[in-house]
Structures are given as structure tokens and as C-alpha cells.
Ligand binder design. Structure first.
Ligand SMILES: Nc1ncnc2c1ncn2[C@@H]1O[C@H](COP(=O)(O)OP(=O)(O)OP(=O)(O)O)[C@@H](O)[C@H]1O
Length: 212
């Protein structure tokens, strides 16, 4: 069992969105977006409810296909191998305790990581034996983040990571994000309340209906 290793600072990763048009049903949400993100980038995706923030994250995660255009990942990687998605609602399993849910995830991903260390680092030690459905919203978010941290993927796609968190929880997320970016990772974060990170260059992609 190992503690979580940060991704190597030697890592160079990029994701390139080329002339992306994204739609849900008949409705075009994002039209002709081109954007390249490289190691050490944080992008906040903002915009009103229903504008397409989650849709962009799902597309970057390889779960939705662009109508037009394409997304390229460094080394021709498949998004399932290089991206980690924190979606809402979270993908935790009912009928498991928090620790069992994490163990299931780690086994599924063949990750040999110390669960107690992970629970401690994410502030979940006291909730380890609580059933997932009995966790508070903030604890569920922490459980999702524990999986993102454990995944050791360079591209983090976080949907509203700051919501439902207390002051310590937000501090934990900002520190975790900051460590990831400084270690050469990339994060695309959909949020209504971007939090500036010290020493991290941040871009904002504001989606609006004028873009379609
Ligand atoms: N499975 C789906 N089928 C059809 N339309 C969908 C589906 N999921 C989302 N949509 C629609 O796509 C649009 C964009 O949704 P999306 O979740 O990407 O918005 P968002 O910017 O993340 O919103 P919010 O700030 O409320 O989370 C919305 O109009 C939504 O109703």
C-alpha cells in the first residue's frame, strides 16, 4: 500500500479542444470552441444554470460526443485513462460504507493506495463506517474528491467542487487543487463561485448564450 503520489512535476500533459460544437438534443450549447490547456492550467467554467458547463466536462471526460470538432489528449490518450470526473450527483454506491466504497473504487482501478491515509487526508476518518447514503452532502463531495486524488490522472474535471462544503472543506479543495496544478496537472472546474488560488494562473471560460 502506498500513500498518494502527486503526479510528477516532469509530467507534460495537454488537452486540445478544436472547433467544438456541443449540443444536448436539438439545442446547441457551445459553438466552435477552440482551447488548449497544458500542464499547470486551471480553468474555471462559469455561466448561468443550464448554459452547458457540465456538458463541457462530460465531453472532456469522453462521456458525450461533440457534434462537430474534436478533443485531443497528449499522447493520443483516451479520456477514460487520463481524466478524472467529479460529477454531480456523485457516483458513490449505495449499500456500502464510505471506506468500502473507496475500497471498491481502488480495486476497480487497480490502485494500491492506503485507504486510511486517503480517508485521513480527505477528512473522512470519522465517517469511514457510515453508509454512503447516510453521508452529508459535504462528506459525499469529500468522498468523490478522495477518488479524484487517488486516480492520479492528469486531467481533473470538477463539477461544483466547492458547493456543500464548510470553510475547512473549501480550504481542503483549494489546497488539493493547487497541489495538483503545481505538480503539473490540469483542472477544469465548473462553478458559480470561482475561488482564486495563490500562485496558480487561472483562466475563466465564461459560457453565455451569445457564444451559440
Ligand atoms: N441528458 C440530457 N438530455 C437532454 N438535455 C439535457 C440532458 N442533460 C442536460 N440537458 C440540458 O442541457 C443543458 C445544459 O445542461 P448542463 O447540465 O450542461 O448545464 P450547466 O451549465 O452545468 O447547469 P447548472 O449550472 O445548472 O449545473 C440544459 O438545458 C439541460 O436541460
Amino acid at each position: 500500500m502506498t500513500a498518494i503520489e502527486p503526479i510528477s512535476s516532469e509530467t507534460t500533459f495537454y488537452v486540445e479542444m478544436r472547433n467544438l460544437t456541443l449540443a444536448r438534443g436539438e439545442r446547441v450549447l457551445i459553438d466552435n470552441l477552440s482551447l488548449t490547456l497544458s500542464s499547470g492550467s486551471l480553468v474555471y467554467v462559469t455561466g448561468e444554470n443550464g448554459i452547458g458547463k457540465s456538458t463541457l466536462l462530460l465531453s472532456l471526460a469522453g462521456l458525450l460526443k461533440p457534434e462537430i470538432g474534436q478533443i485531443d489528449y497528449a499522447g493520443d490518450a483516451h479520456p477514460f485513462n487520463c481524466a478524472a470526473l467529479l460529477s454531480q450527483p456523485d457516483g458513490s454506491s449505495r449499500g456500502f460504507t464510505a471506506a468500502e466504497d473507496l475500497k471498491f473504487f481502488l480495486n476497480l482501478q487497480s490502485l494500491s493506495i492506503d485507504i486510511d491515509d486517503l480517508l485521513r487526508r480527505t477528512g473522512l476518518s470519522a465517517a469511514a463506517s457510515v453508509m454512503v447514503e447516510g453521508l452529508s452532502l459535504g462528506q459525499k463531495k469529500r468522498l468523490g474528491l478522495a477518488k479524484i486524488m487517488a486516480s492520479q490522472r492528469p486531467l481533473w474535471l470538477l463539477d461544483e467542487p466547492f458547493s456543500a462544503l464548510d470553510v475547512q472543506g473549501r480550504a481542503f479543495v483549494t489546497q488539493t487543487l493547487s497541489d495538483h496544478i503545481k505538480a503539473g496537472g490540469i483542472a477544469v472546474v465548473a462553478t458559480h463561485s470561482p475561488i482564486p488560488l495563490q500562485g496558480v494562473q487561472t483562466k475563466t471560460l465564461h459560457l453565455s448564450s451569445e457564444m451559440t
